[in-house]
Design a protein around this ligand. Structure first.
Ligand code: F6R
Length: 245
């Protein structure tokens, strides 16, 4: 069941998203947060850091599990997702870094890393809330549109459009990794609650398909969220351009 909240802009989306995380933390101090990277959740993390600084939330017992990581970037590379999480959240709040999990994109055996990561998700009992962004092509995590989608954490080849989208963060498009390790669709759906965020017109087509069509298709992986019982979609007016109201 998907509940949709349409807000004015990115800032309002970010505030509302942080409030959803706070609701979970206020009920469960030792919640498991499923986290995402990319430009979309940065404002949500800023709001969470503010709430922490104001004494409104406490991360001391929180554990986290991130969706994905590029394959082949060192952990301290400024475009690695481990670096992103440390920079945007973990280094700014009182979380125990040992309780934070991001797939290791530099493991000697990436297939084994994927299996181990899925075991970590299971050992935590799944996320209490999983934050997701969405690609312009409907990808969630790095589950790209295709004939088949992976169920569990696996190594995935990035689509050319995703490499192009993400090249804005790198010096040149050739520097963007071609592979990533990502939770699969079943890994994502293990979360007790899912919070999907989208801002901007480049997300409008994928969001329109997700919210209007009420059907699943591997051509837009986000549509599988319709199978989950508790999804909140917070989108701004631009991302909601094609949503039937
Ligand atoms: C990030 C992730 C990706 C992004 C998506 C949107 O951990 O899994 O699915 O959420 O590519 O990226 P932005 O937010 O940069 O538009």
């Amino acid at each position: 069941m998907i509940n949709t909240i349409i807000v004015k802009d990115y800032d309002e989306m970010s505030e509302k998203a942080a409030e959803e995380i706070c609701k979970v933390l206020s009920c469960k101090k030792n919640a498991i947060l499923g986290l995402a990277t990319g430009s979309t959740p940065i404002g949500m993390y800023e709001n969470l850091v503010k709430k922490y600084e104001n004494g409104n939330i406490d991360f001391s017992e929180v554990k986290t599990v991130n969706l994905d990581e590029y394959v082949g970037l060192e952990k301290d590379h400024d475009q690695s997702y481990r670096y992103f999480m440390d920079f945007n959240l973990f280094d700014k709040v009182n979380i125990n870094k040992e309780n934070t999990h991001v797939p290791n994109g530099n493991a000697v055996d990436m297939e084994e890393e994927a299996i181990l990561y899925e075991k970590i998700i299971d050992s935590l009992g799944g996320a209490d809330i999983q934050v997701l962004g969405i690609g312009g092509n409907g990808h969630v995590g790095f589950n790209e549109p295709d004939d088949k989608l992976s169920l569990y954490t696996s190594v995935v080849k990035l689509k050319d459009e995703t490499i192009k989208d993400n090249s804005r963060f790198f010096d040149s498009i050739d520097d963007v990794p071609k592979y990533a390790i990502s939770m699969g669709m079943a890994s994502i759906l293990k979360a007790k609650k899912i919070l999907l965020l989208a801002s901007g017109e480049n997300k409008a087509k994928a969001i329109g398909e997700l919210l209007n069509e009420k059907a699943v298709t591997t051509k837009n992986p986000s549509t599988f969220l319709g199978l989950h019982h508790d999804v909140i979609v917070i989108i701004d007016e631009k991302a909601a351009k094609y949503v039937k109201r």
